[in-house]
Design a protein around this ligand. Structure first.
Ligand code: MN
Length: 249
C-alpha cells in the first residue's frame, strides 16, 4: 500500500506530521503538501502560473515535497507523475479545525480528497474539532488509521470520499453521518487603505450550526463521536431534474 499524504494547513503543520506517522502503520507514505497555509482555498487548480516544488523534511526527518500550489494541486501533481510510484490511497489532514456540513467545498483538506476520487483513487479527509495551535492530534491520528484500514479493506464507492471529523476530548465511538446544517456568520468589514481607497475583509465569528440534528456530522462531533460522512462528487440534483425540465424550454 502506497499512501499519499497532503493537507491544507501547509507542510509545517503538526497535523500533517501526525497523519504521516499514523499512515506508516498501513504502508509506505509519500508527502506532498502546500508550502504555506492554503486553508479555505477550495478546489483550486493552478493553471495560469507555474507550480514550484522542492524537497523539505518534516520535524521527524521524513522527506516531503513542498509545492506552491493548492491542496488539490498537490494531489494532481502527484497523480500526474511528480510521484512515480502508483498511489493507492490519499489521506488529507489532519486539519486544525473542523470541516463540517457546507465547509467541504471551501476546505482545502476536503478538496484534496475530492481531487483524488475524481481520478479514481480512494481518499479521505480528516479534521480535528479544535483550532488551538497546540492541539493534540493523537486521537485524530488513531481515527485516521482506523479509517484508512477500513478503506483498504472495503474500498469506496465511485466518486466518493470519506470526510472525517474528530472531536476533542474522549471519543465515544464512530457515527456514519450525513452533512448537517452549517450556519455561517460572516461579516463584511470595510476599511480604508492609506490612499483612502476601501478594501474588504470577510470577518465575523467562526461558523456554528444545528448540533441537535441526530445523524448529522455537526451533531456527532458535538456529542463526542468521530463523524464519518461519505461525500460524493456526483452533484447532480436528480430530484430537481424533472422540475426544471418542466420550466417550458
Ligand atoms: Mn486548514
Amino acid at each position: 500500500m502506497h499512501i499519499l499524504v497532503t493537507n491544507d494547513d501547509g507542510v509545517d503543520a503538526p497535523g500533517l506530521l501526525a497523519l504521516t506517522q499514523a499512515m506508516r502503520a498501513l504502508g509506505d507514505v509519500t508527502v506532498v503538501a502546500p508550502h504555506q497555509n492554503q486553508s479555505a482555498v477550495g478546489h483550486r487548480k493552478t493553471l495560469s502560473e507555474p507550480i514550484r516544488a522542492w524537497e523539505v523534511h518534516l520535524d521527524d526527518g521524513t522527506p516531503a515535497t513542498a509545492i506552491t500550489g493548492s491542496p488539490a494541486d498537490c494531489v494532481a501533481l502527484a497523480l500526474l507523475g511528480l510521484i512515480e510510484r502508483p498511489i493507492d490511497m490519499v489521506a488529507s489532514g489532519i486539519n486544525n479545525g473542523p470541516n463540517l456540513s457546507r465547509d467541504v467545498t471551501y476546505s482545502g483538506t476536503v478538496t484534496a480528497a475530492m481531487e483524488a476520487v475524481i481520478e479514481d483513487v480512494p481518499a479521505f479527509a480528516v479534521s480535528l474539532d479544535s483550532r488551538e495551535r497546540g492541539a493534540d492530534y493523537t486521537r485524530a491520528a488513531e481515527a485516521a488509521l482506523l479509517i484508512a484500514q477500513r478503506i483498504a479493506e472495503h474500498g469506496l464507492p465511485p466518486l466518493t470520499l470519506l470526510n472525517v471529523n474528530v472531536p476533542i476530548g474522549p471519543v465515544k465511538g464512530v457515527q456514519i453521518t450525513r452533512q448537517g446544517r452549517r450556519k455561517y456568520v460572516d461579516e463584511l468589514i470595510k476599511r480604508l487603505d492609506p490612499r483612502g481607497r476601501p478594501y474588504y475583509w470577510i470577518g465575523g465569528e467562526f461558523p456554528t450550526g444545528d448540533h441537535s440534528e441526530e445523524g448529522a456530522d455537526l451533531w456527532a462531533v458535538a456529542n463526542g463521536y468521530i463523524s464519518v460522512t461519505p461525500i460524493t462528487m456526483e452533484m447532480t440534483n436528480y430530484a430537481a431534474l424533472d422540475t426544471i425540465k418542466g420550466w417550458g424550454w
